[in-house]
Design a protein around this ligand. Structure first.
Ligand SMILES: [Fe+2]
Length: 563
């Protein structure tokens, strides 16, 4: 029995699960090339069906999520959605911006009701009918339950406390849940009015960056600050953790005005630090309380706030937890899968999935790749090689940058070794070259490494376990800093992808790098040009190669170079 999950908001997408298998999952931006696309995910649905070679009517259950007032309004008036998308990405500035902002906070905090639920269902039914879905049951899942299900059921834990924290969805900004005896139960709501996610989003906006997109930049900038003591941090009193929920006396709009006052007086990096510190202190208190109350020491978390690696690292080190798990597509982009998982749980009782592979998107055979290469002969030299991993490793060891396009595409925001740009982890010069020519990232944003699990304890002092999804931060051993200088933050921490057996070809390449340089580690950044979504198809890859002026690409078993 197939269950199709859908998400039509920020970073929309689709996913299909069957029994205890996650079969396919993808986000619409991969096809439309509009980063973090919003709207009904038509192309994602079509891709999911095509890749499984099934028809719309083979699907009896469709899971949707989120029917709060704001989301429902965007379903009735798609123009609102487009307008907001342009505004949020700072592509256009509307008139009466403050008035609209105040209104936005008020509306987005409203929970769902019977009418919005009905309208949302009708909207999905009509969209699905256009795609040939005629006989199916529609299941509406709560926003935070979808986040929680994603974290709980892919964590591998039998028992765990599950925490979700994000901006807002279905009237909440978070939840605390318990996974026990194959049951997922919510034990606490965190209201939308006291949202740590919205607070961080507001700070991102006030620093002149894009909400829901550049929060990672704020976190990275905070590392460059003078360490403002908590007592002198005027933002520290905004939120109060009350057991396993969060309260506040200020409305979202009042918080925005307070942040505006503080940013006006502070250096940008100090402001970023104060905001980050509020998140870390309050989240730590919440997580500690949840562990204490449930007596469970395995913790899994999801929701947009889970993308904050410094916060996750703090939770790992300071709460006394035994084991941790962060759902890798933690933001709303993961809701399609989350709602499918929750619905499948209700229908079949499935509460555990073997989630080792995140390579759930489109893949291309050598034959398909060759056709595209042939069409680009004017620009490219290419040859089929017997060992693509070896030639790539040799170039990386020689301080060359290599575009790496292999297998099925990753699900989620990170490139995890199938659509990656790779470089030496020890060369600052190569890192700078990569930044100037291809990625154009802000100077304070670090790059991340991929490495073999066997090398992780040698390089990181607080290493605990492999993480194939790049969701956790670790500190480099002081004596190892020079060896991995291109993949460290200014505080010598890193967000590594640590591999055991998830991606054999990528691991093979890392083993060659280990033979050549001493450590099986490379710089791994997403295969895209600044501002674009990650490349999906061979066409996208070649286009990015041409535009970025990169010289080498390992695409399938083909080694391609620019003429
Ligand atoms: Fe969310």
């Amino acid at each position: 029995m197939y269950v199709l999950g859908l998400w039509d908001g920020h970073d929309c997408g689709a996913a299909i699960v069957k029994d205890d298998k996650i079969l396919v999952a993808v986000n619409e931006e991969r096809f439309t090339k509009n980063k973090l696309e919003i709207g009904f995910p038509t192309q994602s649905v079509e891709f999911c069906l095509k890749s499984l070679e099934i028809k719309a009517n083979d699907i009896m259950h469709v899971a949707i999520n989120t029917s709060d007032v704001a989301k429902t309004l965007t379903r009735i008036f798609p123009a609102v959605k487009q307008h907001y998308y342009q505004f949020r990405r700072r592509k256009s500035k509307p008139a009466f911006v403050n008035l609209k902002r105040e209104f936005k906070y008020k509306v987005t905090e409203l929970p769902p009701n019977l009418i919005t639920k009905q309208i949302s269902k009708t909207y999905f039914r009509s969209q699905l009918q256009k795609l040939g879905f005629l006989k199916f049951k529609l299941h509406l899942v709560d926003h935070h339950m979808a986040h929680a299900a994603a974290a709980a059921f892919t964590s591998g834990f039998d028992e765990a406390v599950i925490i979700t924290l994000d901006g807002v969805g279905d009237g909440l900004s978070g939840s605390v849940n318990v996974l026990q005896n194959n049951q997922l139960k919510k034990i606490s709501d965190i209201p939308a009015t006291s949202s740590l996610g919205i607070f961080y989003e507001q700070a991102t906006n006030l620093l002149g960056m894009r909400e829901l997109e550049d929060e990672g930049k704020v976190m990275a900038l905070s590392d460059y600050s003078y360490k403002v003591p908590d007592k002198k941090n005027p933002l520290m009193k905004i939120f109060k953790v009350n057991g396993i929920t969060i309260d506040t006396d200020l409305s979202s709009w009042q918080r925005y005005k307070l942040l505006e006052k503080v940013v006006w007086k502070a250096q940008n990096e100090d402001f970023a630090y104060m905001v980050q510190k509020v998140l870390e202190v309050k989240a730590l208190e919440l997580f500690k309380n949840a562990i204490k109350k449930t007596g469970m020491k395995n913790v899994a978390w999801a929701g947009g706030v889970a993308s904050n690696i410094k916060n996750s690292m703090n939770v790992r080190k300071e709460t006394g937890l035994k084991d941790w798990y962060v759902f890798p597509h933690m933001g709303d982009g993961g809701l399609a899968l989350g709602s499918a998982l929750y619905t499948n749980y209700l229908l079949t009782g499935t509460s555990k999935y073997d989630f080792k592979s995140i390579y759930l998107g489109p893949g291309y055979s050598d034959k398909e790749i060759k056709k595209v290469l042939d069409r680009n002969k004017k620009w490219l030299n290419f040859k089929k090689v017997t060992d693509i991993a070896k030639i790539t490793a040799e170039h990386l060891a020689n301080d060359k940058i290599v575009m790496w396009f292999q297998g099925r595409m990753e699900y989620g925001p990170r490139a995890l070794g199938n659509r990656s740009i790779l470089a030496s982890a020890s060369s600052k010069a190569v890192k700078d070259k990569l930044n100037v020519h291809l990625k154009k990232r802000d100077w304070f944003q670090p790059f991340c490494p991929s490495l073999l699990a066997e090398d992780a304890p040698k390089l990181f002092s607080d290493y605990d376990k492999p993480d194939p999804f790049m969701t956790m931060g670790y500190k480099a051993r002081p004596e190892m800093v020079e060896n991995i200088i291109a993949v460290l933050n200014v505080d010598n921490s890193a967000r590594p992808q640590v591999l055991t057996d998830e991606n054999p070809l990528y691991i093979k390449m890392l083993k060659y790098v280990q033979e050549l340089t001493g450590f099986g580690i490379v710089l791994n950044t997403s295969f895209n040009i600044h501002g674009d979504p990650i490349v999906t198809s061979p066409e996208d890859a070649i286009s990015a190669m041409k535009r970025g002026g990169a010289n080498y690409m390992a695409i399938g078993n083909y080694w391609a170079t620019l003429k």
